[in-house]
Design a protein around this ligand. Sequence first.
Ligand code: FAD
Length: 450
Amino acid sequence: MEGSRALKIAILGAGVTGLTLAQLLDADGFDVHVLEKSPVAGGLCKSSVIDGFTCDHAGGHIVFSKDPTVLAWMKEQVGATNLVEKDRNTKIRWHDRWVPYPFENGIGHLTAEARFDCLKGYLESVKRRESGEPCPEDFASWIDWKMGTGFASHFMVPYNEKIWTCDLSQMSSAWVAGRVPDAPLDDILKAAVGIDTQGYKHQARFWFPLEGGFQALTDGILAKVRDHVRLSTPVQIVQKTRDGWRVNDEDFDLVVNTVPLPELAKVFEGLPADVAEDIQQLQPISLINVLLGFKTDEALEDLSWIYLPFEDQGPANRVTYFSNYSPRNAPQGHGSFMAEVTYRGHLEVDSTWIDDLARGLEHAGLLRRSDLVATQHFRSRYAYIDQDRGFPERIQRVRKWMDGSGIYTVGRFGRYEYHNSDQCISRAMEVREQIAQMAGSGSFQALDLA
Ligand SMILES: Cc1cc2nc3c(=O)[nH]c(=O)nc-3n(C[C@H](O)[C@H](O)[C@H](O)COP(=O)(O)OP(=O)(O)OC[C@H]3O[C@@H](n4cnc5c(N)ncnc54)[C@H](O)[C@@H]3O)c2cc1C
């Protein structure tokens, strides 16, 4: 390995992870080249304007982070004058009622019967846990164990079945176990008797770009490295060479992958059969996000987004009140929603399907179909990670092999970490440190992420 100035690095994919890393490594003096298959950079952070309505492609995105350094960095990329500050106000459309989110903080808004079910079930679950009952391995049993049968049946099971589109007993509990703190009993009791409490304080306030949708974030990052990003350039072959790597027909000292692993596997020469088999099973959960632009004389209710757990509300699991995020997101006299629908494999979308989706939202009391003036759908093949029961061990094996192979792989689907863009940025910052150390030491070091 040569001195740090000479290190030539290929970054595969120009989503937020790849772009952040490109900017940081370029600032450190490395010779950085980003290869992106799409004609537009941004990946899952992309946005478009349709008939005057701004829309994020992969559902409602917000700028926030628990990490103040990362949050400040994100805001700097968007630009202080292009940011709108918002208070988060999220609710669940629970039959004909509005229940504040998280559900456990809002159960005072349920019927008396449902409140009783939730409270009784929760107390039973506390007893089970206190008696030492171990954390179950599957997600369905984990919900009962953690929250009780009332919370499960009145929200958590129908909502999670809708978003994950599977029987929850097929899912692992590993992605939530140990990460979701116990809801304080006092909070549940207060909520049950009608005293609202607040959850998720770190997201109580968020930011959104005034202009350009969430893509303003990746556009801001891109602005400093535009000359290093090759758009419409799919990675077609990745080969290990004696001294480094060859990508397509060019030699590099180091490759950092942020492309979804199943796409990398298609072009990675010499992948061992067992690793290829593991990656083959890392199938994602996909997303259709539908922009709904409509006429309205009145301001929309002051909501950020809402959850739709029930079948009779149509296929959408979440609706973002997108014109509330920025006054520029919809033309004067209009409002906009974005409705998210998850699926596995293939989902055919035509005008009848969109009309059925809108009918579900009309049934839930959100809009009148006769007011709609614009609809457009966007498809993201890689949206959510399928947390099936084999996933935790499978992904460990894949990461271990990749880390040992000499390629660095990061990003939401480049590493299969359930990360928002702020965590992707944080990972890119860690990788930058490791590359700097490696260049300083002059010998290759496998990627080592916590
Ligand atoms: C419904 C939903 C809501 C979300 N909400 C938020 C939110 O509110 N706030 C937030 O911060 N984050 C949110 N996220 C998460 C955020 O979108 C992701 O964490 C982030 O965009 C992932 O960035 P990435 O660069 O790792 O991957 P990606 O954005 O997937 O980038 C990978 C890139 O690789 C490219 N690529 C693929 N194949 C090839 C190839 N063969 N050759 C070259 N390039 C290729 C793709 O085109 C893409 O540009 C949300 C995600 C979803 C799905």
